[in-house]
Design a protein around this ligand. Structure first.
Ligand SMILES: [Zn+2]
Length: 681
């Protein structure tokens, strides 16, 4: 099979702990390239005063992202490059018509999507069967059936089904019913008193009215108000992101026998059947029981015509990009423009890449890895990974606040961590997917149905800890607490994260940090409440847990103090998991860099010491345009990640080594008193 295996048996456990391969750059004796993007620096500020500005101020001034992509950043820049390359590859597949298998299907989906004349010609015909089903729904049970039918095809209307390893017994999967997005993604959009949200609500009402009216519904304005009132009542009953993230808070197991009666007004057994859960499945959970109870109540209370309008609006919004121009324009105006602040439309080819990503992401990944990830980069990145793991192990072992009992628990968890880099060993089997070059809606719905099936079918199989939930072409990575698994996609193996031909300091600051960040999630506030199998269990002593919380709280306070704009402070509680992973990840990546030097002194290159380049490499991966618009501020405040500028300053100011590397002194902007520097791992 074509694949990039950076993982093999080597990565599975502590086997790699002591392997330290040579990191010497290719040109032995010659001064290596530093890999520091000199043009991206801003030398008008001192690194000691504003390290972020020093490290990426030149980039911010020089680089302008496309108007269709607000919030331009180094990561987005790289992701766009990846998609540009893939776009060319897929267009090549379409030439000559010789592609077979998955490649043929990718070409079909792409072709159907870019043929807008065909899409315009078809009108609403492709969704007519759905609209007919909605129109025939009269009773609450009919409405619930329609909601289940859409969910089985990948469109959730406030109720999602998440199949994941059961944290009470991680050897088996659990069917977890969870609250999911309403028409607007955050509940604050419906509930907040802030004027900005009120403005969005007004715009949303206009949008819903136009969607209903475009699709031929009479009295669209009145219905739109009722639809939004329905969503607002659901939003009120939804849990906040912070409440949902508390480990164990969403654990509400329900047996198969009790499922039908578990939610008054909503037969969850029938819903489960509707989305295709096999009768043999026995393990269920309802994450937010009071929210589901409200859902059931509203099914009975809210008249069917309002629910029917809601189904219609959500389906049309979901499919707008595959529908005729007036629908595409309307969705663009509201979602891209009003909600996300874009001042131009995304080009069709880029949207096509999004469609392929969300339809056959694994197949697109095979194409990517095959063509764009050189084996040399993989081999060198593997050394970085090995050194990060070894350093993490060393750090746990040498911790000055953990008891031996807790150290053993942490090391056992680290040993069991499944760490994969590059591409998955096996990909999803798209054999059942039927595609056609002239059926954009059909291709999408069939592909999304198959993806939903893949999820449900897991319930009949043992847990697969090798499964990836992110594609190799994603400039991203994740830690899965239930699989105790870290995934680092192949797209990270390029600048600015990784430069195979440069001196290693920047690579440890970039890729090394990224890896260490993901590993640290296994030991962040939530992650540390699960063991190496993904079971929710306490492995710290009570005294160590209290000390962990005390240290975590210092980071909460540190980030509460940062303001995106006057009066808009970050939410330290919401971002705590990421901030722990940043502060710890940076410390561990630094250790890994030192380890890679094997006792040698790093050369000074282009005026920077090795340690200085390490921190520059780190900051460069977080280059992003300043947050200025209200839309950007709103998003920044709702994100579990702090804005990039604060991730950098927050993490570096907690490091003793950073203070040493740049001789940061009291009175400097980045100075943090030694007793205020947070350190967990
Ligand atoms: Zn993270």
């Amino acid at each position: 099979m074509r694949r990039l295996v950076l993982c093999s048996a080597l990565f599975c456990t502590g086997l790699v702990a002591l392997s330290v391969a040579s990191n010497e750059p290719a040109a032995r004796g010659a001064v290596p390239r530093s890999g520091v993007a000199i043009n991206d620096l801003d030398r008008s500020v001192r690194p000691q005063d504003d390290f972020y500005q020093f490290a990426v101020g030149g980039w911010i001034k020089r680089v302008k992202g496309p108007a269709y992509m607000p919030g331009w950043s180094a990561g987005r820049e790289l992701q766009l490059n990846v998609y540009e390359a893939l776009d060319k590859d897929v267009r090549d597949l379409m030439k000559g018509g010789r592609a077979t298998g998955n490649e043929h299907k990718l070409a079909d989906i792409y072709a159907s999507y870019i043929h807008v004349e065909q899409i315009d010609r078809l009108g609403l015909t492709p969704i007519a069967p759905y609209l007919a089903t909605f129109d025939a729904a009269k009773s609450p049970a009919d409405i619930a059936d329609a909601i289940a039918m859409l969910s089985a095809q990948g469109l959730d209307l406030g109720i999602g089904t998440w199949v994941h390893p059961d944290d009470e017994d991680p050897s088996r999967y659990l069917a977890d019913f969870v609250q999911s997005d309403l028409g607007l993604s955050e509940r604050d959009y419906y509930l907040s008193d802030e004027p900005r949200f009120a403005t969005i609500r007004d715009a949303y009402r206009g949008h819903v009215t136009r969607v209903l009216s475009l699709s031929g519904v009479a009295d669209a304005d009145t219905l739109a108000r009722k639809v939004i009132a329905l969503e607002t009542r659901l939003a009120k009953a939804q849990w906040t992101p912070v409440a949902t993230r508390v480990p164990g808070a969403t654990a509400h197991r329900v047996s198969r026998k009790a499922l039908a009666e578990a939610v008054p007004g909503l037969d969850m057994a029938r819903f489960a059947q509707g989305i295709g859960i096999p009768a043999t499945a026995e393990h269920f959970n309802i994450s937010q029981p009071d929210y589901f109870a409200t859902y059931g109540k509203l099914l009975a209370e809210v008249p069917a015509p309002v629910w029917r309008a809601y189904l219609r609006v959500r389906l049309i919004d979901h499919l707008a990009r595959f529908l005729p121009q007036p629908y595409r324009d309307e969705a663009d105006r509201f979602f891209s423009g009003t909600l996300y602040g874009a001042t131009a439309s995304r080009p069709r080819w880029l949207r096509a890449m999004g469609v392929l990503e969300d339809s056959m992401g694994d197949a697109l990944g095979q194409l990517y890895v095959q063509k764009h990830v050189p084996p040399e980069a993989q081999a060198r990145a593997r050394v970085v990974l090995d050194n990060v793991i070894a350093s993490f192990r060393q750090r746990i072992a040498a911790s000055d606040w953990l008891s031996d009992t807790s150290k053993q628990g942490a090391l056992a968890k680290l040993d069991q961590l499944v760490i994969r880099m590059g591409a998955p060993g096996h990909i999803r089997d798209y054999g059942r997917l039927v595609t056609a070059p002239d059926d954009a809606v059909g291709n999408w719905m069939r592909a999304r149905t198959l993806l939903a099936r893949f999820e449900i079918e897991k319930l009949s199989r043992p847990v697969d800890r090798e499964e990836w939930t992110m594609s190799p072409q994603s400039v991203n990575g994740y830690y899965s607490v239930s699989r105790n698994q870290v995934v680092l996609p192949a797209a990270l193996l390029q600048a600015p994260y990784f430069q195979a031909d440069a001196d290693d300091a920047v690579n440890y600051g970039g890729l090394g940090f990224f890896i260490a960040h993901e590993l640290s999630h296994a030991f962040d506030r939530a992650g540390s409440q699960y063991d190496g199998e993904g079971k929710r269990v306490e492995w710290m002593t009570p005294a160590d847990r209290a000390e962990f919380e005390r240290r975590a709280h210092a980071i909460v306070v540190q980030f509460d103090d940062y303001a995106v704009s006057p009066g808009h402070h970050l939410n330290g509680e919401l971002t705590i998991g990421e901030n722990i992973a940043d502060t710890s990840g940076l410390a561990i990546a630094y250790d890994a860099y030192q380890r890679s030097l094997q006792g040698h002194h790093a050369p000074v290159i282009e005026g920077f010491t090795g340690d200085q380049r390490f921190y520059l490499g780190f900051a460069r991966t977080w280059a992003s345009e300043p947050i200025v618009t209200q839309a950007a501020i709103t998003h920044a405040l709702a994100d579990t990640h702090a804005p990039d500028r604060f991730r950098v300053t927050g993490a570096v100011s907690n490091q003793d080594a950073f203070h040493r590397a740049y001789r940061v002194k009291e009175g400097d902007g980045e100075f943090r008193a030694p007793d205020k520097r947070a350190r967990i791992w």
